[in-house]
Structures are given as C-alpha cells and as structure tokens.
Ligand binder design. Structure first.
Ligand code: SAM
Length: 318
C-alpha cells in the first residue's frame, strides 16, 4: 500500500510537467499546438523563471534529440521512458523528422489517460493515422501500436516485462536507438536507475541516452559557477558542484556506456541558439536574474552514447 501511494504521487508529476509546459507555450516561449489537448490551462500564472527553466529544458532536450536524428538520418528508433503526456511524436511528424518508430513507456494508468485523449481528439489521432500503413492499427485502452508510434504501459523497474512489451511492438535492438528520460530517473532508487541504464547498453549496440534531472549542487558554489559560465564546462576541479555533474557521467560509464557528458542547465541555456533566447527574454520581465540562475544550476542534461556502428554519436553536443 505504501509503495502504491508513492507510485500514485509519481504519476501525478506528469500533469505538473505538462501544465507548466502548456503555460510556457501559451506565453510564447515555444510552439506546441498539441499540448493543449492533454492538460488544462494553468489556473495561475507561472513565474518567469519557471517558464525560462522549462524553455531551457525543452529546447535543450530537443537540440540533442534532433542531433541524434541528423546523425542517424532518422534511420533509428526513439524510446521515451516515462514519457507522460509528452508531445514529441507530433512535433517530429510536423517537422518531417520521424524516426522509423517512436516508442513511449509509462505506467499503465498514465498511458490509459494519454490514449483516451488521443482517441477522442482528432488533431492528435489524425497524424497517427496518416503515418500508419499496412495492417490494422491497434489503439485500445491500454496500448497503441501503429506503424510509426507505439505506447506501452509498463514499469521501468520491471525490465523483463518492459522489454517483452516493446518487442511485441517490433522494437529492433539493432537499430540505432535514442532513449530519453526527462525527469524520470529521480523517481527510482540508484540501483533501479542503474539497472535501467545497464539494460539499455546490454540491449542496444548503438545507442544514445538523453537524461534531464536535478543535481544536488551546493548553493554557496552557485555564484562561482555563474562566473565560470564562459568556460562552458564545469571545470572547478574538486568542488562538490562538479562532483554531482561528474557522478552523472560516472553513473553512465559504470553501466556500459562508452562516452558521457553532463551540463548544468545554466550552461545549456547559454549554449542554446542565442537569437531565440533573446526573443524569449523579451517575453516577460525577470526581476531577479539570480533566481533563474539558481534554478538552472540545480538541473542538468546528461547524455551518453555507445556506438558499435561508428556513426559518430560521441561527437553530439550543444
Ligand atoms: N517525461 C515527461 C516530461 O518531461 O514531460 C514526464 C515527466 S514526469 C515528471 C515523470 C513521469 O515518469 C511520469 O509520467 C511517471 O508516471 C513516469 N514514471 C516514473 N517512474 C516510472 C516507472 N517506474 N515506470 C514507468 N513510468 C514511470
């Protein structure tokens, strides 16, 4: 019962993420015509630093994801782990960037909600129909299986069951595979997330993983970090701030990944296309720049690659 309650709380987090994203979208931070079909508009305004934080998160992940699609020329598959109500499938379809197949995994209860929305909203279902060909499309209360998009209900802590379900949806381990975990690993124990990372390298000879999550940086180092932004990478040898970014890459390297990197979101933010950053910085007045900096310093994007096909995945960066 206790762990059920804990899981229920974890499931609730997907609404929070999408409500914040929808609010930022409606304020003009980036375009996502699909998120409105998954969550209601936020009742209250979100603070500008929250919107900018989500902007950095979404643009940062998209940037690496697009780079992977370019390297593989879309001859690949994407598996979004703990995808929640993520709308990336529709963005990629609109931008003509769909991989061979796009998979999503989340708890069955979340998947059921997502599928209910897809079934009842033509702007969501039409693009799936359009990319579908051949045999009849499966879209029931628990899973979706179409030519280019599959959604399965599974627990990321039960790898055997998840792998079986993915294989039923014709996941191909030999294809270059991008795994995405955006605000997901933090809900697992270190052992469980290590098992997931290890499963990925055992299963896919050519793969990349993009991970977004919180890092436990010590506040008193925040200021030093800001001053060292230009250095692009955290290279303050020996301080705790680095160790937490470093522990991110160590976690990858100890689970079979060949290369790994981790950037705090302040670094990511200052390496996003600056024209667009200037545009969004004009959207809302930000009173306390320091608040944003503190927020950005407590999150990071880390990524890792394994490259049996020699596609040059290790070269992907901001
Ligand atoms: N990745 C989405 C995003 O960034 O918008 C959703 C993030 S939300 C904070 C975390 C998601 O991970 C939730 O949808 C939750 O249900 C899912 N999740 C967490 N632990 C999971 C597990 N053990 N198995 C499957 N899904 C899980």
């Amino acid at each position: 019962p206790d762990s059920d309650t804990a899981d229920e709380a974890v499931r609730g987090t997907c609404d929070d993420a999408s409500i914040c994203k929808r609010f930022a979208v409606s304020s003009g931070y980036w375009k996502d015509p699909y998120i409105q079909y998954f969550v209601r508009q936020a009742k209250e305004r979100k603070a500008p630093e929250i919107n900018r934080g989500y902007y950095a998160r979404v643009q940062g992940v998209n940037l690496l994801l697009n780079a992977f699609l370019r390297k593989t020329e879309c001859n690949c598959q994407i598996i979004n782990l703990g995808a929640g109500l993520d709308t990336t499938f529709w963005r990629l379809k609109d931008e003509n960037l769909l991989p061979k197949k796009y998979f999503e995994v989340d708890f069955p209860a979340i998947v059921a909600r997502k599928l209910y929305n897809i079934k009842s909203k033509p702007p969501l279902s039409k693009p799936i129909m359009e990319t579908h060909s051949g045999e009849s499309l499966l879209l029931d209360a628990h899973s979706l299986d179409s030519a280019r998009y599959s959604i399965i209900g599974a627990d990321l802590r039960n790898l055997k069951d998840m792998e079986e379900k993915l294989k039923k949806m014709s996941m191909d381990p030999q294809l270059p595979t991008l795994l995405v975990s955006e605000c997901v690993l933090v809900y697992m124990t270190p052992e469980q997330s290590a098992s997931l990372l290890q499963w990925a390298t055992n299963t896919f000879p050519t793969a990349m993983l993009i991970n977004y999550e919180q890092v436990n940086m010590m506040d008193r180092f925040g200021q030093i970090m800001v001053e060292n932004l230009q250095r692009r990478q955290c290279n303050l040898a020996g301080v705790d701030t680095c160790q937490s970014l470093q522990s991110q890459t160590e976690r990858f390297l100890s689970t079979g990944w060949e290369s790994a990197d981790a950037w705090n979101m302040m670094n990511v933010y200052s390496n996003l296309p600056q024209e667009d950053v200037m545009r969004i910085e004009k959207l809302e007045f930000l009173d306390e720049k320091e608040l944003l900096e503190q927020l950005l310093l407590h999150y990071c994007i880390s990524w890792a690659t394994k490259d049996s096909l020699g596609l040059g995945l290790a070269g992907i960066t901001f």
